[in-house]
Design a protein around this ligand. Structure first.
Ligand code: GLN
Length: 267
């Protein structure tokens, strides 16, 4: 089956409130006029390139099923790299800060696999936070949510800071085309060269991290060199980059200075 026929079946299942298996098994059942109208409307939106996640209002990410609204980015498979790394490497009962949580995908996937970890998740968009809070409540995963612009107003002492910030260059033509054009610009547009949010986080993170705390950032496939350089300049050590399943350098990780807090107190 090609992607188009699969999408049509998924849309039909969604509109009928049935499983994909049911739709397969009942191919002969004609939808009511109302359902047929709703199916046609969603198919038309799909035809214009709108991501399936918005049409179905749902996305599977790692081991969680999330409700997705137009206020949040559709979770990407490459972001699972950051989640897998965190699940494997976070110390028991680690205090973790996730910046720019959107639907809550990263925080919730980690929270589900590692209930011992204490997670605070932020977003500057109240609408996104509401979506993440609803996802957390439905999944029964405990996360502390805070409305904040990156690290501004956030306290210190975190063992790890994780983020998938906006990192598409503001002048990248991709932003005007599907699927990105359907997603919140706030979650994608990283300013000049796509590096503005990444650079603010790298500069501010040491203040929120305990000494030798970890910063792990997702970035664009061609930004690893620059992100590593920014991290080294900000005093992070052991800076390394993880490669995603497509072979792209995708997540850069470093440790803050042994005396990070002392240094920040002097600022
Ligand atoms: N990975 C996304 C894309 O290029 C961008 C996500 C982001 O900016 N954080 O489609």
């Amino acid at each position: 089956m090609n992607d188009v026929s699969r999408d049509i079946l998924l849309i039909k299942a969604h509109c009928l409130g049935k499983s994909l298996a049911w739709v397969y098994a009942h191919a002969e059942v004609e939808p009511s006029e109302d359902d047929a109208r709703r199916i046609a409307a969603l198919q038309q939106r799909r035809g214009k390139g709108e991501p399936m996640e918005y049409l179905l209002e749902s996305a599977g990410f790692h081991d969680v099923q999330l409700r997705i609204t137009h206020d949040v980015l559709c979770p990407r498979p490459e972001t699972e790299l950051l989640v897998d790394w965190a699940i494997t490497h976070l110390a028991t009962s680690a205090k973790v800060l996730e910046l720019g949580t959107g639907s809550g995908a990263i925080a919730l996937a980690i929270g589900k696999a590692r209930p011992d970890v204490l997670i605070t998740a932020t977003d500057v968009s109240e609408a996104a936070l509401l979506c993440a809070e609803e996802n957390a409540a439905r999944l029964g995963i405990k996360i502390g949510f805070v409305c904040a612009n990156w690290c501004r107003g956030i306290g210190g002492g975190f063992d790890a800071i994780l983020s998938n910030p906006p990192y598409v260059a503001a002048d990248d033509p991709c932003l005007k085309n599907a699927p990105l054009a359907f997603e919140p610009r706030l979650a994608l547009d990283g300013g000049v060269q796509g590096l503005e949010s990444l650079s603010e986080i790298v500069r501010e993170a040491p203040r929120c991290l305990r000494a030798r705390g970890t910063l792990a950032l997702e970035h664009g496939f061609d930004q690893a060199d620059k992100v590593r350089a920014m991290m080294c300049e900000a005093g992070f050590s052991g800076v390394q980059t993880l490669v995603d399943l497509s072979g792209h350098e995708r997540v850069s990780i470093g440790r803050s200075m042994p005396d990070a807090n002392t240094i920040n107190e002097r600022k």
